[in-house]
Design a protein around this ligand. Structure first.
Ligand code: HXC
Length: 510
């Protein structure tokens, strides 16, 4: 018996060493952890249970029958994050560059199936050269099996992808089907085809970082929802994110007890809005003062910074926050901001996370660049996302809510449950200057008349009261009591029941 157990331990040891010490040293030399080291950081201590440690590939082409490594390039199993169940797979770059074989795909599929069946989130750590070239179509088929499961699980359980090394082909398409992608700065890359193929096909010379580093995907392409300094920081941030996320679409949001008083009054908010309507202020200050302990997790903080999307908590329960940011492009809605917010709203709604919308928006961004870039359809994405959402929706207009953007930003007309405005709110078709120049065109040049018209327009329309008179705003609130008002509204809405009519699925503008 002892010998059999010793043999088991020995086999486990062999499997744990993956592609061997030399390749592990190479991985460390690049500043990267190994797959198992990463899981140790991601999961609670001693919670990881590994499945499929002894799986080997079955390829016999190109001498592969003589190169077998237990585990076959991916470490799979489950564990806990702050006591909550998560399923995990981590690509092992030391084994055939983490590339995906048929058996490697089967291991991931097994974990995907378990995660869906048991309704718990799945996190993939990616560090992989894509399809195992020696396996050909068997690897391609394996990827499609992964993709199919990604699509079926979407909206049922959270799926998170973390890019921690070079990733190509199928190892970027599967992440793209998941809810959130995070990258490690300087050591991770994502591309459909790498720099060598780009050179061959287009004759373009480009480095891996310029083609698909975190500096591109977290800032320009919007493929990544965030980028962090190194493996450890990235994994710790994923642990933080998971504390905000529900386990599945029927579990409800997690609750983390807080010492932060929900009736907390924030006097400083009464002076947050500058006297001059064209002066910016930092909307993050409001976010910080609403949520428990000022703690929030931003999604896509470096892309379309004119809109903020973040998870926070109020009274210990997760909320999603969408907020125009007057500090960047005056908080205007452009194509990028609309897409970013639309995807976030849809995520929240899938998992019934209440959505708090903080509005200070001068409208949609005019101009050929935006129009030719599809602003109509991108803006419609956000309009659609808010319209279809049945999760609790609470809106606070702090200052501008102009034009179509007033409608879009979770207005009462899009089934906003509770719509508040600060006394500084300006709810109108457009700003006073633009409005007067159109309706009093004949008086242009007569400065006194224009000034009078502007004053009249401002007095009548640049306030929350026209909207409040019509019931589009439920209450004009003091800025200092925003947290208390939101907390009370959330509590009041906690048993909200609203269903859209049955449909196979919708046809949202894509
Ligand atoms: C088999 C692979 C591999 C692959 C890497 N390796 N990629 N083995 N299939 N796809 C092996 C290498 O042979 C090497 O083995 C080890 O992994 C490390 O690779 P290196 O090239 O030495 O590392 P590095 O210089 O860091 O470069 C990493 C890399 C590069 C950028 C990922 O290996 C690369 O470009 N690989 C190919 C990427 C690719 O085009 N994949 C196919 C995508 S198509 P040893 O034994 O030396 O350690 C695809 C189809 C699905 O995925 C599409 C679905 C839509």
């Amino acid at each position: 018996m002892t010998t059999i157990i010793e043999q088991l331990e020995q086999r486990r040891e062999e499997a744990r060493i993956g592609g061997g010490q030399k390749r592990i040293d190479n991985q460390h030399a690049k500043g990267k952890l190994t797959a198992r080291e990463r899981l140790e950081v991601l999961l609670d201590p001693d919670s990881f249970e590994e499945y499929g440690m002894f799986v080997e590939h079955r390829c016999i082409e190109f001498g592969m029958d003589k190169q077998k490594m237990p585990g076959d390039g991916v470490v799979t199993g489950w564990g806990t994050i702050n006591g909550r169940l998560v399923y995990v797979f981590a690509k092992d770059f030391t084994v055939f560059g983490g590339s995906l074989s048929e058996e490697h795909a089967n291991k991931i599929n097994k974990i995907q199936d378990m995660a869906l069946k048991n309704r718990a989130p799945i996190i993939g750590l990616y560090d992989s050269g894509g399809a195992r070239i020696q396996e050909g179509v068997a690897a391609l088929g394996g990827y499609a099996e992964v993709f199919q499961r990604n699509a079926i699980a979407s909206g049922v359980i959270p799926q998170i992808s973390v890019i921690m090394g070079p990733c190509a082909g199928g190892d970027v398409y599967s992440p793209a089907l998941t809810d959130f992608i995070f990258m490690v700065k300087d050591t991770s890359y994502m591309f459909v085809t790498g720099p060598d193929v780009v050179k061959t096909v287009t004759n373009e010379e480009v480095s891996a970082e310029e083609l698909g580093g975190a500096s591109i995907h977290a800032v320009k392409s919007s493929i990544a929802d965030g980028a962090f300094e190194n493996d450890i920081e990235t994994l710790l941030q994923i642990r933080r994110l998971m504390n905000f996320l529900p386990s599945n679409n029927t579990s409800g949001v997690p609750t983390i007890s807080t010492f932060d008083d929900v009736t907390r009054i924030e006097k400083s908010l009464d002076t947050l809005i500058p006297d001059n309507a064209n002066k910016p202020y930092d909307m993050k200050e409001l976010v910080e003062k609403i949520v428990d302990e000022g703690d929030f997790f931003e999604i896509a903080p470096t892309f379309a910074r004119n809109i903020i999307t973040a998870f926070g908590r109020v009274d210990g329960r997760t909320v999603g926050i969408v907020a125009n940011q007057p500090m960047v492009l005056a908080g205007v809605l452009d194509s990028d901001a609309s897409r970013k917010a639309a995807r976030f709203v849809r995520f929240c709604d899938c998992f019934d996370i209440p959505i708090i919308t903080l509005v200070d928006v001068p409208g949609f961004l005019p101009g050929t660049a935006q129009e030719h870039g599809g602003l109509i359809k991108h803006g419609a994405k956000l309009l659609y996302a808010y319209s279809e959402a049945t999760a609790p929706k609470i809106t606070v207009i702090t200052r501008k809510a102009y034009g179509g953007a007033y409608d879009v930003m979770a207005s009462k007309h899009l089934r906003g449950d509770v719509n508040y405005a600060w006394p500084t709110a300006e709810i109108a078709v457009m700003g006073a200057k633009g409005a007067v120049e159109i309706i009093f065109r004949k008086d242009i040049g007569d400065e006194a008349k224009i000034a009078e018209h502007t004053k009249n327009y401002e007095d009548r329309f640049c306030s929350p009261f026209v909207a409040a008179e019509r019931g589009y705003i439920d209450e004009v609130i003091k800025p200092q009591s925003t947290r208390r008002r939101i907390a009370r509204a959330l509590d009041m809405l906690k048993n909200k029941q609203l269903e859209n009519p049955w449909k196979k699925h919708d046809n949202m503008p894509l």
